[in-house]
Write a protein that binds this ligand. Structure first.
Ligand SMILES: Cc1cc2nc3c(=O)[nH]c(=O)nc-3n(C[C@H](O)[C@H](O)[C@H](O)COP(=O)(O)OP(=O)(O)OC[C@H]3O[C@@H](n4cnc5c(N)ncnc54)[C@H](O)[C@@H]3O)c2cc1C
Length: 470
C-alpha cells in the first residue's frame, strides 16, 4: 500500500477491476450497462482464473430456466440450504442478499452475455433441496468464462492482460486513487480510478497464507489457479478492512491421482462410495466433497478409490472432465469384485466385505456406521468402475467483509470510500469450515457480488469521474 500524494497516473478508469474471472467480468459488464467506462486488469495473457478451471455450475433459485423445466424453487429455500450446510455459521443477511439476487443475476447474464443456461436435472449436489445448478451450453467453466470475456469485449470494456497489479495508492481516508500495474518485462504503469473492484479471488495460490489460515490443506494439492495469491486480503487488511471466516475453503475429495482430473461428485451422489487403500470406507461420503477432502487426506498415502458402476458413469459422462479421465485411463473397469481388486490393487477380502456391507445398507438390513443413508435403488452392480483419487484445495472462502452493495467494510461496519470486492476476494457464504461449502457457493458470489459491485460503482463513481475527465 502506498500513499497517493503527488502520484501521477498514466490514465484513469472511472471503474477499475482487478481480475478477469467470473467476478471481474460480471462486474465489468454490470458497470458498462450502468453507463460507466470500465477497465479490467488481468495478470495472465488470457483471462482464465479459477473460473476456467471450474465446472462452471452456478446455483440460483426461481429462474426462468428452472420454471421452463417445471422446477419449483425460491430464494428462501436456497438460503435455508446454505445456512443448513454451514450450521448457521454464515452471515444470514449476506446469504439472504445473495440468494435473492441470484435468479435475476443468472437471467441478466443470460441476456447480457448470451448464455442459454441449462439446469442440470439428472442429479442433485449434496445439500441442495432443489435442482438449481445452471450451466453454460458448453458445460464447462472455460465455456462460461469465454462467453463472459466475449460479452465484455462487445460491451467495450477495456481489458489489460499480462498486467499484474502490484500496489494500490490510497488517500489518508482510505480512498483508492489508483494502482500500479507491472508487466512481465518489469515495466510499470499507474492507472487511476474512481472506484476499485477487487475480483482477484482468494489466497489458494499463496502457500504461506494457506498454512496460516487453513493448515489442514497446507500440504494438499492446490487444484485452483496459481495466480490467486491473496492480494485482495493483503491490500484490504492494509487499508483497515475487516475479514471473516479465513479458515473456510472449498476442498474436493475426488481428484484423479496421478492424472490430476476432477472426477465429478455425481459419482457419489448417485450411489458410489470411497474406500481407502485397505479397501475400507472411512466416512459418510454423502455429506459433501469439501469436507470429504480432509477425510481422504487422512487415509494411508492420502489416497482413496471411488467405486461406482455403469449407470453412475453414464450420468458422470455429461462432464467433459469425466470423459477426459476415461480417455486418460484413470477409470478402471472390472466385471466382478475379485477383478476389481486386481484392477485396483485393493485387498480382495476387505473390498468384497465393504461392497457386501454397502448392499446391506441399501437394503436396510444394516445401518451405515458413518450415518450415510443409501438409496435402495442404487445398489452397485457389475461391471464396477474405480478411480484412484486424492483430496485437494480448490479455493479459499474467507475474505474481505462486504455489504449488500459489495462495498468493503471496516470492522466498525463503515464502508471504505470506493473499494468493492466479490467472488473469492470477499468472504463467502460457507462459514469458517470446509464442511460449510455448498456446491456452487464459489461462482454464486463471483457473479452476484460482481454484478452488485459493478452496478453500485458505476452509479456512484462512473458519472462523476466521467465529468472530471471532461
Ligand atoms: C476444479 C474446480 C472446479 C470448480 N467448480 C465450481 C463450480 O462448478 N461451481 C462453483 O460455483 N464454483 C466452482 N469452483 C470454484 C470457482 O472456480 C471459484 O469460486 C470462482 O471461479 C471464483 O471466481 P473469481 O472471479 O473470484 O476468481 P477467478 O476466476 O480465479 O479470477 C481471478 C483472476 O484474478 C487474477 N489476478 C489475481 N491477482 C491479480 C493481480 N494482482 N493482478 C491482476 N490480476 C490478478 C487471476 O489471474 C485470475 O484470472 C471450482 C473450482 C475449481 C478449482
Amino acid at each position: 500500500m502506498h500513499g497517493a500524494d503527488g502520484v501521477a497516473f498514466d490514465g484513469t478508469a472511472p471503474v477499475l477491476v482487478i481480475g478477469a474471472g467470473a467476478c471481474g467480468l460480471t462486474a465489468a459488464l454490470a458497470a458498462r450497462q450502468a453507463g460507466a467506462e470500465v477497465a479490467v486488469i488481468e495478470r495472465d495473457p488470457l483471462p482464465r482464473g479459477n473460473t476456467a478451471l471450474s465446472a462452471g455450475l452456478i446455483p440460483a433459485a426461481g429462474t426462468r430456466f428452472q420454471r421452463a423445466r417445471g422446477i419449483d424453487d425460491d430464494p428462501a429455500r436456497f438460503a435455508a440450504d446454505i445456512l443448513a450446510k454451514t450450521k448457521g455459521r454464515a452471515d444470514p443477511a449476506m446469504v439472504a442478499t445473495v440468494t435473492q439476487e441470484a435468479a435475476s443475476t443468472i437471467e441478466w447474464l443470460a441476456d447480457a452475455a448470451r448464455i442459454d443456461f441449462r439446469v442440470l436435472d439428472d442429479f442433485r449436489y449434496p445439500g441442495h433441496s432443489a435442482l438449481r445448478m445452471h450451466a453454460a451450453p458448453e458445460g464447462t467453466g472455460e465455456g462460461l468464462l469465454d462467453r463472459l470475456a466475449r460479452a465484455a469485449e462487445h460491451a467495450d470494456v477495456t481489458l489489460m492482460t499480462d498486467a499484474a497489479v502490484t500496489a494500490l495508492f490510497a488517500e489518508d481516508d482510505g480512498r483508492i486513487a489508483g494502482v500500479q500495474v507491472t508487466r512481465p518485462d518489469g515495466s510499470a504503469d499507474r492507472v487511476g480510478c474512481g472506484a476499485l473492484i477487487l475480483a482477484c479471488n482468494g489466497f489458494g495460490g499463496n502457500p504461506a497464507m494457506v498454512r496460516a489460515h487453513c493448515p489442514e490443506m497446507a500440504d494438499a494439492l492446490y487444484f485452483g489457479h496459481p495466480g490467486n495469491r491473496g492480494d485482495a486480503v493483503l491490500w484490504g487488511t492494509a487499508l483497515g478492512a475487516a475479514t471473516r471466516d479465513m479458515t473456510g475453503y472449498q476442498g474436493h475429495a475426488s481428484v484423479a491421482h496421478p492424472h490430476g482430473i476432477l472426477i465429478t461428485w455425481a459419482v457419489i451422489s448417485e450411489g458410489g462410495i470411497q474406500v481407502n487403500l485397505e479397501g475400507r470406507r472411512f466416512a459418510d461420503e454423502s455429506r459433501g466433497y469439501s469436507e470429504q477432502a480432509v477425510e481422504v487426506l487422512g487415509q494411508p498415502d492420502r489416497l482413496a478409490w471411488v467405486i461406482f458402476d455403469e449407470p453412475i458413469a453414464a450420468v458422470a459422462r455429461q462432464f467433459e472432465d469425466f470423459r477426459t479421465a476415461e480417455a486418460a485411463g484413470a477409470v478402471k473397469w472390472a466385471e466382478s469384485v475379485p477383478a476389481l481388486a486386481t484392477a485396483t490393487g485393493l485387498p480382495a477380502a476387505a473390498l468384497a466385505e465393504t461392497l457386501h456391507q454397502v448392499t446391506a445398507f441399501a437394503g436396510g438390513a444394516q445401518a451405515c456406521p458413518f450415518g450415510r443413508r443409501f438409496d435402495p435403488r442404487s445398489v452397485l452392480l457389475p461391471p464396477f468402475a474405480a478411480v484412484r483419487v486424492t483430496g485437494a484445495l480448490f479455493h479459499t472462502q474467507g475474505g474481505l467483509v462486504v455489504d449488500a452493495d459489495a462495498r468493503v467494510l471496516r470492522p466498525d461496519g463503515i464502508p471504505l470510500p470506493n473499494l468493492y470486492a466479490g467472488g473469492g476476494a470477499a468472504c463467502g457464504l460457507s462459514g469458517p469450515e470446509a464442511d460449510g461449502y455448498l456446491s456452487g457457493n464459489g461462482l454464486l458470489t463471483a457473479t452476484v457480488l460482481g454484478r452488485l459491485a459493478g452496478r453500485h460503482a458505476a452509479e456512484h463513481f462512473g458519472a462523476r469521474e466521467a465529468e472530471n475527465a471532461a
